[in-house]
Design a protein around this ligand. Sequence first.
Ligand SMILES: Cc1ncc(C[n+]2csc(CCOP(=O)(O)OP(=O)(O)O)c2C)c(N)n1
Length: 291
Amino acid sequence: MSDRALPRRGEHSVEELEDLAFELRSKLLQLCGTYEGAVHIGGDLSAADIFTALFGYGLRVDPADIAHPGRDRFVLSKGHAAVCMYIAMAIRGFFSYEGIVETYGQLDSAYGMHPCKVQLPGVECSTGSLGHGLPLAVGMALGARHRDEDHRIVCLLGDGETGEGSVWEAAMAARSNRLGNLVAFVDRNRQLMTSFAEERVLFEPYPDKWRAFGWNVLEIDGHDMGELVRAIDALPDAGSDRPTVVICETVKGKGVDFMEHNLAWHAGSLGAVDLERAMAALSASRTAAVA
Ligand SMILES: Cc1ncc(C[n+]2csc(CCOP(=O)(O)OP(=O)(O)O)c2C)c(N)n1
């Protein structure tokens, strides 16, 4: 057993988390305006509240002690949202935002378009090929059980990604092995890369599919910080015998009106004029939300 103090969960209120989610979206857009390549901005914006709730509230992690054995492990299965994770982690104190912007997406940068745990200590899993994060998380959860550790493994998936068969093999293995220390969040933005989800794959009845695999299912509005916090508070103890999935209903491009529900904004970059428009739209949606 380690004699280091256990990492603490984030301690922000719902209102503070909402401010942090705005900060995260603003920083994402700024980076999208300076980086020359395409940023997966649509699925970053849909997941920004989930990232904020996890890194600002739900996860027991310590930026000053990233290898603590008692820390929760976060696995970004939708690895194309790496930059959103980097910035959420920067806001929690893991890295500096300026450091991310300086080298993001460049050859040999620690901040690649997909996360690499070798290049960037603090990242728990190298991901990017969709469908692999949940199987990895199942292995990590099993390992924790074997070592008698009581931390959680938290995995974020895209809904499109859950069209991969490996996700359902992992879901079955998780329940078979009674992995109550495993929690999946699904960013249910109902869009894939080039199409709307149900046009390609009949996901519905989506929550019932997870229930059929024996999971505890929570369904929430993934942009309502209060609901995110309550879902995190309602998670069963890591020692329980049933994995939990939190299905977060979201909007791809959330917060920037011309990106919302728009297939053109799965990935893209912003010129100076578009950046200004996007920042104005984000501020307007924040003002409307607090009014
Ligand atoms: C195995 C694999 N196939 C294809 C891709 C390319 N790809 C990147 S994002 C994406 C769409 C994924 O949709 P979803 O999981 O719903 O993510 P989101 O809409 O939240 O960005 C695809 C097909 C990939 N990264 N991995």
